[in-house]
Design a protein around this ligand. Structure first.
Ligand code: GUN
Ligand code: FE
Length: 450
């Protein structure tokens, strides 16, 4: 939905107070009480009173506002490995690249250095909400939560749980895991009691690294506290075989999480590439959400997730960078990859319906993420009463990679310019990057202003 000539007001709590249509040019001064900021699309308007933060966009062709991106699956400690995966696949990738790096987060100095970069880098790329995997370490995970709170990013913070099939230098006992999980939950609740910015998320790494009794304990804790939960599911053929053999008492991989009460409408399952109909039906039954990670799935050769099939079955789907299985911190780039991977499925099946459009992938990047994380009453799009999580995009920003000069399509004068706007959004999706993001707001607070 494109709203040209629109005036949007945000109150002091960061909540969208009004969205009204305005015909430029506006010359009168307009007064609004109790407003922290006013966002003006398409017009340069001077507003009072003094405490209003005025944002005006004069160049109505090249600038627009877009809902903040939501990354529903990202491993914060793996950032130094972005781009480094060679020809590995999941299980050897974990051993070779991932566990040694994550294990170094025992050192708080390393954690502080890298986590600060991660939060800044994802914000610069327009991620206003992230669901993070941290590591098994209590202090480093609490530090990640503190950084998100300080730097203003909406975040779900997961202390990773793993008490089996992990290297000696990077494993915990069941008791240590219980203690650190509760410690991190308490820390986050103490730091942000209203939960309006940061929240804990229970994070069994995947069934392969957790014993049955740990999964059961986490499931009971989830039910008792109505907590968010995140894990990996059905990523790689070898992984599926290994895990289903490890848990023969369950019907399938998904059933392990289901029987242990880990699935709910606040659960995010990363990958979900090779699900059977039976497993998909468990996701439907429990209203669990999927984090589609196409960059990672192609990089470590895991497979092509059938997103149209999931959407047609009313499963909530979102996007995840899955750094560093995926190499990019940008959800905009992941959205392009989601679109391309869907076309690879069509090349094999000849079923055009599997194609994802630009609108589809931008939906997954925003509203889809909000639904999966169960925060769609608050964020994901612009509506009265919702939180203002927003990106200001400029197609012609300094050093922009987008060339628009050759573009003059006669149809653009029709339909209130909306067709032109849709074409420009496609240009942004395919040729744009962090250079086109000029400002970022979370909860109405401007946290990036380049
Ligand atoms: N499965 C278990 N751990 C991981 C991880 O760190 N990344 C990915 N992509 N899959 C996993
Ligand atoms: Fe992952």
């Amino acid at each position: 939905e494109v709203l040209p000539n629109t005036l949007l007001g945000v109150d002091q709590n960061g909540i969208i107070d009004f969205i009204i249509s305005v015909e430029p040019p506006i010359e009168n001064e307009i007064e609004f009480e109790n407003l922290k900021s006013i966002v003006i699309n398409n017009s340069s308007i001077k507003l009072s009173p003094n405490d209003i933060d005025i944002i005006s966009i004069v160049d109505n062709v090249n600038s627009f506002f877009f809902p903040g991106f939501i990354d529903t699956h990202i491993h914060a400690p793996q950032f130094p490995n972005n781009g480094i995966f060679g020809n590995s696949t999941l299980l050897d990738w974990l051993e070779t690249y991932t566990f040694p790096l994550e294990s170094s987060f025992k050192d708080l100095e390393i954690a502080e250095n890298i986590y600060t970069k991660v939060v800044n880098r994802t914000l610069m790329n327009g991620t206003t909400t992230a669901s993070y995997y941290a590591t098994i370490h209590t202090n480093a995970t609490n530090l990640l939560a503190d950084l998100c709170l300080k730097l203003g990013q909406r975040a779900f913070i997961g202390k990773v749980c793993m008490n089996q099939n992990s290297p000696d230098h990077y494993i915990e006992t069941f008791d240590q895991c219980k203690e650190s999980t509760l410690n991190v939950i308490n820390h986050i609740k103490k730091m942000n009691p209203t939960g309006d910015l940061i929240n804990p998320v229970l994070t069994p790494r995947f069934a392969g690294s957790c014993t049955d009794d740990l999964l059961k304990w986490l499931g009971e804790l989830r039910k008792k506290g109505d907590y968010h939960c995140q894990t990996h599911l059905s990523e790689n053929h070898k992984e599926i075989e290994w895990i289903t053999n490890m848990f023969p008492q369950y019907k399938n991989y998904t059933d392990i999480y289901y029987q242990n009460n880990l699935l709910s409408s606040k659960t995010t399952l990363a990958h979900c590439i090779h699900l059977s109909d039976e497993e998909m039906n468990i996701l439907k039954l429990t209203n669990s959400g999927v984090s589609h990670c196409p960059t990672s799935n192609s990089s470590i050769t895991s497979g092509e997730a059938k997103i149209r099939w999931l959407l047609n079955n009313n499963i909530n789907v979102s996007l995840g960078t899955d750094c560093s299985g995926g190499f990019t911190p940008s959800i905009l780039e992941v959205a392009k990859h989601a679109l391309l991977v869907s076309r690879h499925l069509v090349m094999k099946s000849s079923n055009d319906a599997e194609k994802l459009s630009s609108a589809d992938v931008l939906y997954l990047a925003t509203m889809g993420g909000a639904k999966v994380l169960n925060i769609d009453n608050n964020v994901g799009c612009f509506k009265r009463g919702m939180k203002f999580d927003c990106l200001q995009i400029n197609i012609n920003s300094k050093n922009s990679n987008i060339d628009t000069f050759e573009f003059q399509n006669p149809n653009w004068s029709l339909n209130n310019g909306i067709d032109k706007f849709k074409d420009l959004i496609d240009k942004w999706l395919f040729n744009g990057d962090d250079r086109n993001i000029e400002r970022v707001w979370v909860n109405g607070r401007c946290i990036i202003n380049k």
